[in-house]
Design a protein around this ligand. Structure first.
Ligand SMILES: [Zn+2]
Ligand SMILES: [Zn+2]
Length: 231
């Protein structure tokens, strides 16, 4: 596609679907300054499983034996405008919001070592077909560009869950995702720290299952890095 055709395409898109804030509908922006200023960033981090306060969201000593994760870093409260923006990005196909969400996230990635490797939670084949993109991968790609971190989008592949996670209780979620992820692209991660990006964390079961597979490639620490915690 030439630049001209692309610009005309963008222009037509703007006419048919004028840009407006995903939260307050202000025109000419997808996520306005005012709504953005309402994001409540977390001041403390928690163990992803028992929610005890820990440094940078490390898994606490009592939960450690149950998990392959080193910890899960959560950026903000899942509330207000951020919640609406994530919802539109995930379920209403406003793909362009990936830039705004990456903007919110990337400064917090600076807390991780520069030589850490970035990856993302793979979509299930059904979700990918429905949405047309892996929402976590789109953001992670921008995060890698902004931070200079090495990015491997397809370390893992995902099979269909037997039952959608949302229909299950906490304990059942861990059972359900067991064996749902397999190594897709074997990379030597010996001695490396790996950061798995996802939009939301709920029980931590998905990130934990991914971390288990990533550990098999030699990674010493595997972190989850998410926009918010969905209760
Ligand atoms: Zn707004
Ligand atoms: Zn814990």
């Amino acid at each position: 596609m030439s630049i001209l055709t692309k610009n005309i395409g963008d222009f037509l898109l703007d006419v048919v679907f004028p840009k407006k804030c995903a939260s307050c509908s202000k025109l000419d922006t997808l996520f306005c300054e005012k709504c953005r200023s309402k994001i409540i960033f977390l001041k403390t981090q928690n163990c992803p499983f028992c929610l005890k306060i820990t440094t940078r969201g490390r898994v606490c000593p009592s939960c450690k034996s149950k998990s392959a994760l080193t910890g899960v870093y959560v950026i903000a409260h899942f509330d207000g405008p951020l919640k609406e923006v994530i919802h539109q990005y995930k379920y209403e196909f406003v793909k362009a919001l990936k830039d705004d969400l990456a903007d919110v996230a990337w400064p917090y990635l600076e807390d991780f070592p520069k030589n850490a490797v970035l990856t993302c939670v793979p979509s299930s084949p059904k979700r990918l077909a429905w949405r047309g993109y892996n929402q976590a991968e789109e953001i992670a790609k921008i995060l890698a560009q902004k931070t200079g971190m090495r990015f491997y989008p397809s370390l893992l592949k995902r099979t269909e869950y037997k039952i959608p996670q949302t229909q299950l209780r906490r304990k059942e979620r861990f059972e359900n995702v067991k064996n749902a992820f397999k190594i897709d692209r074997k990379i030597d991660l010996e001695g490396k720290q790996v950061v798995i990006f996802d939009d939301l964390v709920t029980s931590g079961a998905t990130l934990d299952a991914c971390a288990g597979e990533i550990r098999k490639m030699g990674a010493t620490r595997v972190w989850g890095f998410v926009l918010a915690r969905n209760k």
